[in-house]
Design a protein around this ligand. Structure first.
Ligand SMILES: NC(=O)c1ccc[n+]([C@@H]2O[C@H](COP(=O)([O-])OP(=O)(O)OC[C@H]3O[C@@H](n4cnc5c(N)ncnc54)[C@H](O)[C@@H]3O)[C@@H](O)[C@H]2O)c1
Length: 364
């Protein structure tokens, strides 16, 4: 198992390690038995992941001598709400989970966000461990301690910053991941190359055909490189007040497209269009070379992600959604743009006309 340290000393949160490898459940059991993060462990998963991996994972931890139980809630974003939190908390209470226990989030970003949220507030907090099973979870949501649930009014509106005590990334879980969920993760991976690491971007250009075939497992070095980028940003800006915003590349217009499509586009599909838009505006306003723009569009398309906006999603609707973006600062919407691949900037001075023309340009 390769290990990455997330070092948050002196910043109010404890540091932790990310373990990465293939088929590492035995190792996870051994490490937890050694570290004794909890006297008892409650694995919380969802109704898709639990039948596929829950029992086997539970057994591995039992075999390592841990006192551990498993519970699940219905899979999907619609579960990411206060009712699920109340239901799980009641079940935890009934089964005697107290502050000496630790939670284990076994699932994608939804499970990770909910379990992290519960861990931050249940009995005024208890430790939790992230075991992400989606590509999005493995390269993004399990690292960094953002926890959240959705309100009727919008996504992630109720949440906390609460770091996990450990993250274990087992690439074997990806073997059962449906294609569309896999592609969601690829969109985030491409984003890391674009905002931080031209070398990773080049590697993806070379390896994308093999990655898409999913032969021989997902390349560990790619996941590890993404985790290192995320951990560096989190170490510098744990509370998301500056440099961590770079992770929003493609997300401003992407979120608006996702909502305007009424979620017919997945998150990864919508941010792919958002990244294409941000690259085009970067070309117009910030000197992103045409060659870089073309490379970004080609890689998105090579990954099997969309590069064209369908006519049925109206530009006016996308603009209206942009105006209600929750990350807006007064009337200014901050976008992440690029000078070149690997060199991002944040800028709020984009006129509606430029945004409108760019969105229209996504139809070609
Ligand atoms: N906290 C953060 O920093 C952060 C970052 C990015 C995204 N998020 C959040 O993460 C969520 C999206 O996460 P996601 O894309 O992982 O979605 P998800 O958790 O809904 O998982 C997608 C689907 O795949 C299933 N699944 C998971 N692992 C599987 C496996 N190994 N095999 C088969 N099926 C599997 C799940 O049950 C679900 O149906 C959103 O709620 C988003 O807001 C949080």
């Amino acid at each position: 198992m390769n290990v990455i340290n997330v070092s948050l000393e002196g910043k109010g949160s404890a540091s932790y390690q990310i373990g990465i490898g293939y088929d590492i459940a035995d190792g996870i059991g051994r490490i937890l038995a050694e570290k004794q993060l909890g006297a008892r462990y409650a694995i919380i998963s969802d109704s898709s992941v639990s039948p596929l991996h829950g029992e086997a994972f539970l057994k591995k931890l039992h075999d390592a001598g841990l006192n551990v139980s498993l519970m699940e809630f219905p899979a999907g974003e619609h579960s990411k709400n206060i009712n699920t939190v109340l239901d799980i908390a009641a079940r935890m209470l009934a089964s005697g989970v107290d502050r000496k226990c630790a939670l284990i989030a076994l699932g994608g970003g939804v499970v990770g966000d909910i379990v992290g949220f519960i861990a931050s507030v249940y009995m005024r907090s208890l430790p939790y461990i992230q075991v992400p099973t989606t590509l999005v979870g493995q390269v993004d949501s399990s690292i960094g301690g953002k926890t959240a649930i959705d309100l009727r009014e919008g996504k992630n509106l109720l949440g906390t910053f609460y770091q996990p005590s450990a993250v274990f990334i087992d690439l074997k879980f990806l073997e059962t991941l449906p294609e569309r969920e896999f592609n969601n993760g690829l969109a985030e991976i491409i984003k890391y190359g674009i905002i931080d690491d031209e070398g990773l971007f080049g590697l993806l250009e070379k390896e994308m055909p093999a990655v898409k075939k999913r032969k021989g497992g997902f390349p560990e070095h790619i996941v590890e490189r993404c985790c290192r980028i995320k951990k560096n940003l989190v170490e510098i800006d744990e509370r998301d007040q500056g440099i961590r915003h770079f992770l929003n590349f493609g997300h401003t217009i992407g979120h608006a497209i996702e909502a305007a499509s009424e979620y017919a586009f997945t998150h990864g599909e919508a941010i792919s269009l958002g990244m294409k838009a941000a690259a085009r505006i970067s070309g117009r306003l910030h000197g992103l070379p045409l060659q870089d723009r073309e490379r970004i569009e080609n890689l998105i398309s090579q990954a099997g992600l969309p590069t064209r906006l369908p006519e049925r999603i109206a530009t006016d609707d996308i603009i209206a959604r942009l105006k209600t973006d929750k990350k807006k600062d007064g009337d200014t919407i901050h976008f992440v743009f690029l000078h070149k691949i690997g060199s991002p900037l944040i800028n709020g001075g984009v006129t509606e006309a430029v945004v409108r023309e760019t969105i229209e340009g996504l139809r070609k």
